[in-house]
Design a protein around this ligand. Structure first.
Ligand code: GLN
Length: 456
C-alpha cells in the first residue's frame, strides 16, 4: 500500500507508467491466504515489480511505446514475466519507453515523456526511462528493462539506481518485442545490487522458446554474497580492474571523469589493482552499432503491417493499408531507423555499411577479449554526462546517439555489465547521480554483482 500510495502521488509528475495494474491488492491478498495455509512462497512473493512495455504481458496492454500497438494485448506472457509470476512477484504496471526501445531519453515514446525524479526538468535516460524512474522514485521495488545498446545502463546512471545488462542469452527474449535481435537482452533495475541480483536470478535460464538462450546453469547470485566480506578491510584483494582509457577523454564531462576516478580509488582501497587499459576499437563501436541496430530493426519491424498486430488504417486496397497503418502508427525516430536500416542493407551499399559494421563488431569483440585476459573486470562511466534537460537534444539525434558511446560496445560483444551509482555532480535541486559501469567476461554476472555489492 505504501508503494501504491507513493505511485499515486508521484505519477502525475514522473509519468513512468503507461499502464498501472488494478489487481495488485487482490494478488497481495491471495498471497496472504497462501501464508495462512502455510503454502510455499516464491523468492519474490509480494515484491512490486514494474515491467517495460516492450515485454509481453497477457493481463496488461503491451504497446512497445508505439501508437501502432496502442490497444494490443498479447496472447502470452514473456518468459521473464512468467518466471516473475512463478516467483510470487506482483506486477505493478507497464513502464514507459522510447518507441520499440529506439532512443536514449524516453522522449521518443508515442505516448508521454517521463521525468527524471532527481530533477523533473531533465530526462530519465532511455530507452527504459520509465523503469529507471519508477525504481528511483520508489514507485516499485525493482523493474525489468531491455538493453540493446545501453537502455538499462544509461537510464540507471541518470536516475541513480542499479542496472544490470546480462550476457546475451542469459535471459530468454521470448516475448520481448524484437528491436535488434543479435543485441537485445532483458535486464534488471533495483535500488541495491542485492535486489538486482535476486531479480536477475529469478528471470535467467534456458528457455525452449528462445533458441539463443543459454543452457548454462544459473548460479545463485545473491547467496554468493558473503556477509563477512563486508567487514574485511581489503575484501577485493587481488582483483584486477582495468579502467578503459578511451572513456575518460574528449567528449566526456570533466565532473564525470573525476567521479569515476574517485570510484577507481575506492576500488583500490578495497584491495583491487587498477590500471589503465586501451580498447583501440572503442570509438568504432558507435557507428557500427547504429548501422547494425537500424538494419536489424528495419527487418524486425516489417511485422507491423496493420494486419497481424495492432492498429489498422481504413484503406481501400492492400498497399495503402500497409503504408497508411505504418505511416500513422510509427513515430519519427522509428521511421528514421527503418530508412537508415533499409539503406544500409540495400544492394550496392550492403558491403560498404552492413558488412563493414559486422567486421568492426569482430574487432570490438577481440579488443574486449584481450583486455579481459589481463583484467578481471573493466570499468568506465555509464554515460559521458549526467541527465540533461528535456528537449535539449530532441532536434539533434546525432548528439543523442553520441551519448551511447559508453554502452554500445558491450552489446556488440554480448558481455554482461553492471551500472551502479558512484557519486553526484552539480545540477538540479539535489545534485545529479553518476553511474559507474563494470564490464565482465561472458556469463560473469556473479562476479560483477559480488564486486558491486562490496563497492556499494
Ligand atoms: N539508445 C540506443 C538506441 O537508440 C540504445 C537503445 C536500447 O538499448 N534499446 O538504439
Amino acid at each position: 500500500e505504501e508503494y501504491l500510495n507513493r505511485l499515486r502521488l508521484t505519477e502525475p509528475t514522473i509519468k513512468s507508467f503507461l499502464h498501472v495494474s488494478e489487481n495488485v491488492m487482490k494478488e497481495a491478498q491471495e498471497l496472504d491466504l497462501k501464508i495462512e495455509r502455510n503454502e510455499e512462497l516464491g523468492v519474490l512473493a509480494g515484491v512490486l515489480i514494474g515491467v517495460k512495455d516492450n515485454i509481453c504481458t497477457v493481463d496488461m496492454p503491451s504497446t512497445g511505446g508505439s501508437r501502432i500497438l496502442q490497444d494490443y494485448r498479447p496472447a502470452y506472457d514473456a518468459t521473464a514475466v512468467k518466471k516473475l509470476k512463478q516467483s510470487g512477484a506482483l506486477l505493478v504496471g507497464k513502464t514507459n519507453l522510447d518507441e520499440f526501445g529506439m532512443g536514449s531519453t524516453t522522449e521518443a515514446s508515442g505516448f508521454q515523456v517521463t521525468a527524471n525524479p532527481w530533477d523533473v526538468s531533465r530526462v530519465p535516460g532511455g530507452s527504459s526511462g520509465g523503469s529507471a524512474a519508477a525504481v528511483s522514485a520508489r514507485q516499485c521495488v525493482a523493474a525489468l528493462g531491455s538493453d540493446t545498446g545501453g537502455s538499462v545502463r544509461q537510464p540507471a546512471s541518470f536516475c541513480g539506481v542499479v542496472g544490470m545488462k546480462p550476457t546475451y542469452g542469459r535471459v530468454s527474449r521470448f516475448g520481448l518485442m524484437a528491436y535488434a535481435s543479435s543485441l537485445d537482452v532483458i535486464g534488471c533495475f533495483g535500488s541495491s545490487v542485492a535486489d538486482t541480483a535476486i531479480l536477475l536470478e529469478a528471470i535467467s535460464g534456458h528457455d525452449i522458446f528462445d533458441a539463443t538462450s543459454s543452457k548454462r546453469e544459473v548460479p545463485s547470485f545473491a547467496s554468493q554474497f558473503i556477509s563477512t566480506e563486508l567487514m574485511e578491510s581489503k575484501p577485493l584483494k587481488g582483483l584486477r580492474v582495468g579502467i578503459i582509457s578511451e572513456t575518460l577523454g574528449d567528449g566526456v564531462d570533466k565532473p564525470v571523469v573525476s567521479t569515476i576516478k574517485a570510484a577507481a580509488s575506492h576500488l583500490e582501497e578495497l584491495g583491487c589493482t587498477v590500471t589503465e587499459v586501451s580498447l583501440p576499437s572503442f570509438s568504432l563501436g558507435l557507428p557500427a552499432y547504429y548501422i547494425l541496430a537500424s538494419s536489424e530493426s528495419s527487418s524486425n519491424l516489417s511485422r507491423y503491417d496493420g494486419v497481424r498486430y495492432g492498429n489498422q488504417a481504413a484503406a481501400e486496397e492492400l498497399n495503402s493499408l500497409y503504408s497508411d497503418s505504418r505511416s500513422n502508427g510509427f513515430g519519427p525516430e522509428v521511421k528514421m531507423r527503418i530508412l537508415m536500416g533499409t539503406y544500409a542493407l540495400s544492394a550496392g551499399y550492403y558491403d560498404a555499411y552492413y558488412k563493414r559494421a559486422q567486421q568492426v563488431r569482430t574487432l570490438v569483440q577481440k579488443s574486449f577479449k584481450d583486455a579481459l585476459s589481463e583484467n578481471d573486470i573493466l570499468i568506465s562511466p555509464a554515460a559521458p554526462s549526467a541527465a540533461y534537460k528535456i528537449d535539449e537534444k530532441k532536434n539533434d539525434p546525432l548528439a543523442m546517439y553520441a551519448g551511447d558511446i559508453m554502452t554500445v560496445n558491450v552489446n556488440l560483444a554480448g558481455l554482461p555489465a553492471l551500472v551502479l551509482p558512484c557519486g553526484f555532480v552539480e545540477g538540479g535541486p539535489a545534485g545529479l547521480p553518476i553511474g559507474l559501469q563494470m564490464i565482465g567476461g561472458q556469463f560473469d554476472e556473479g562476479k560483477l554483482l559480488r564486486v558491486g555489492h562490496i563497492f556499494e
